[in-house]
Design a binder for this molecule. Sequence first.
Ligand SMILES: NC(=O)c1ccc[n+]([C@@H]2O[C@H](COP(=O)([O-])OP(=O)(O)OC[C@H]3O[C@@H](n4cnc5c(N)ncnc54)[C@H](OP(=O)(O)O)[C@@H]3O)[C@@H](O)[C@H]2O)c1
Length: 245
Amino acid sequence: MSVSGKKVCFMTGASGKLGSEIALAIAGQGYSIFFTWQHSEKKAKETLEKIRWVSPESQMVRCDVSNIAEIEKAFAIFSEHFNRLDLLITSASNFFRTPLLDVTEPEWDSLVDTNLKGAFFTMQQASRIMLKQPFVSRIITMTDISANLVWRNYAPYTVSKSGIQHLTRIFAKEMAPKILVNSIAPGTISAYSGRDEEPEADLVGKIPLERLGDPMDIVMAIRFLMETEYITGQVINVDGGRMLF
Ligand SMILES: NC(=O)c1ccc[n+]([C@@H]2O[C@H](COP(=O)([O-])OP(=O)(O)OC[C@H]3O[C@@H](n4cnc5c(N)ncnc54)[C@H](OP(=O)(O)O)[C@@H]3O)[C@@H](O)[C@H]2O)c1
């Protein structure tokens, strides 16, 4: 099936807590969605079911983004369903605590291969399609304000997110003017942070806007980047001012 006319979004990690809400919001903007998941089949199916209420042609595929062959396969399946690509969102991400002196090679590889290598090869595949199209398309990477903070116990994760921010700038420069490439760096989003070291009150105390983020705060920033025509290579911190602290 190919769908002409309607805009199409390829998104990794739409079975995630925040990722699923982003995918639903993009579908609500009139896009067909093709998304990937890895382990969370139930959540992926629930998300696809909701997306199909507004975008019945949407599809999902299982894909380990740390494996280049799986990324290539996902794009091959994508191309069987859709004949255009307007928007790539790289949201697939691995996140767990890794005390600096205890980091193992498998932990490093799991975090960096999923987050950084996976984002790179997904962006590469998408760019090859996007560059051939007679219209401007967009890539939005999902990073984290921790890319520019020095958190204890999360070195591979924060390094991977820093790397994606730099990849965002590299792709923005090399793919201009055909592809606009920007990044969203969330702060702590409601109950989704997964970081177990700081109680909520301590976290809020470091946020000038005096609350944790809401998924809709991220969705609004993504919608802005989906529409804007003169911004590329930027990272938008959606963090209630946390980086000012
Ligand atoms: N939520 C927050 O507070 C917050 C804060 C800062 C940054 N962010 C960033 O925002 C984005 C969305 O966050 P989220 O809350 O949706 O994260 P999440 O709930 O942890 O979900 C992670 C997603 O990545 C997928 N994934 C993990 N490893 C994968 C792999 N090897 N191959 C393919 N997919 C893989 C998961 O798929 P399965 O579950 O199907 O395995 C899931 O869809 C992420 O990039 C995250 O780093 C979030």
